[in-house]
Design a protein around this ligand. Structure first.
Ligand SMILES: Cc1ncc(COP(=O)(O)O)c(C=O)c1O
Length: 419
């Protein structure tokens, strides 16, 4: 049996199911990070997590260009050996201070930032994971040696049952406990109940890690994410730099001794090339802009609220989301992909989420607008959804009489500017 044989039927099946390939579409050009050209067709990009619209911001671009001029395009080695710049350390100090932690470590991707957790998960330890966590948190658990218990998405009652069982006699839990959660969930767009999770953690002697990829720059009075939003400090925070920080990379922040330990024990950091100078410089510049210009957070949240409510007024279901991650329910794999295609033809590039990313029957088109999108672009997105939603029968022929408006998550305190 040829080990490569499994690839061939999969490809055929996949292409048959989708009709055409709607993933891995190559962009020819981009315009201010809000529109893109695909083989001569210009569309509104409603699928990027550049929440604050900083990827095209001149100060961020120029910082990346200046770093390439100064350091070149690659450091050619791992941080441990030859790839560490003072610039990495400056970003690490900046992110640690921003996240309210003693120390931080910068990685080449957010995925790797989560894999950094693996060395913490030893024999006898137990991990409690939300079912909807990002796949890179799942991978960290697979790499570690701890036993895992998954709790139903956001269900603290279920989590408590699992924690109680782990405390009982004859349990496999002879070591420590760790609770893993996303801050904002990347498909559903809802916010974790951090106060509830931390209360349970306290009661059962567990630690809490929050993946703040989607809440960094969006939640909290200074944009520091879910922890700041709730006025709490989880034990460790991880995050991707590819979203609000308009770069590519990842971060893990926490107590200095833990970060020091992970720096020397996590293979995800030791055996990989250093984040490139351009990416580090872009993230550093974006962090400064993020902190100095809270109006960008206000803008992305305002646009998200109008997007949610505009879609809901038309009869679409945007689920439990209260954030700029807007999942539009279009159940049925083929229908979801067909709606995606029609939206693309109508000038809107959204993100189709089908099985295995979501459960069969819970397919969604994920729509995200950034602070850089204009009101006109928002209106065009809504008009495209209205047209396609009616043609495909996702929404009724005329707008429903009533809908429940979404109240987007807002900072609990006054917005703070750090210059
Ligand atoms: C919640 C979450 N964590 C981690 C990651 C991984 O980040 P990166 O794309 O930088 O590897 C992502 C990105 O898709 C994410 O959504």
């Amino acid at each position: 049996m040829d080990i490569l044989e499994k690839c061939r039927p999969w490809t055929a099946e996949h292409l048959l199911a989708t009709g055409r390939d709607c993933y891995f579409r190559a962009v020819g050009d981009t315009f201010d990070g809000t529109e893109a050209d695909f083989q001569g067709r210009r569309v509104i990009v409603a699928a990027s997590h550049d929440y604050l619209g900083l990827s095209a911001e001149p100060r961020v671009r120029e910082a990346a260009v200046a770093a390439v001029r100064r350091f070149g395009t690659s450091l050619g080695g791992s941080r441990a050996v030859s790839g560490s710049l003072e610039l990495h350390e400056e970003l690490e100090r900046g992110l640690a201070a921003f996240l309210g932690h003693e120390a931080a470590l910068v990685l080449p991707s957010g995925y790797q930032a989560n894999l950094m957790l693996a060395p913490l998960l030893g024999d006898g330890d137990m991990v409690f994971s939300d079912f909807s966590n990002h796949v890179s948190l799942e991978e960290a658990v697979r790499l570690g040696r701890a036993k895992e218990r998954k709790f139903l998405h956001g269900d603290l009652g279920h989590l408590e049952e699992l924690l109680i069982a782990a405390d009982g006699s004859g349990t496999e839990n002879t070591g420590g406990k760790l609770i893993l959660t996303d801050g904002v969930f990347s498909v559903d767009g809802d916010v974790c109940d951090l106060p509830g999770l931390m209360k349970l953690a306290d009661a059962h002697g567990a630690r809490v890690v929050v993946d703040s990829s989607h809440d960094l720059g969006v939640l909290g009075p200074t944009g520091a994410g879910a922890g700041e939003h709730f006025g709490l400090r989880p034990d460790l925070v991880t995050g991707a730099l590819s979203k609000s920080l308009a770069s590519v990379g990842g971060v893990i922040a926490g107590p200095a001794d833990v970060i020091r330990y992970l720096r020397f024990h996590a293979r995800a950091a030791l055996f990989t090339a250093a984040a490139s100078p351009a990416n580090v410089a872009a993230a550093l510049a974006a962090l400064r802009v993020l902190r100095a210009e809270p109006e960008r957070r206000v803008r992305v949240l305002d646009l998200a609220e109008r997007l949610h409510n505009g879609l809901r007024a038309l009869g679409f279901d945007t689920g439990a989301s209260v954030t700029p991650v807007v999942p539009v329910l279009v159940s049925g794999r083929e229908r979801c992909l067909r709606v995606w295609r029609r939206l693309f033809d109508a000038g809107v590039f959204a993100a189709p989420m089908v099985h295995p990313v979501v459960r069969a029957g819970r397919e969604v088109l994920r729509v995200t607008l950034t602070a850089a999108h204009t009101d006109d672009q928002l209106e065009r997105v809504l008009a495209a959804f209205e047209h396609v939603g009616r043609v495909e029968g996702v929404i009724p022929g005329s707008a429903p009489a009533a809908h429940t408006p979404v109240r987007i998550v807002r900072p609990r305190g006054p917005l703070t500017t750090v210059r």
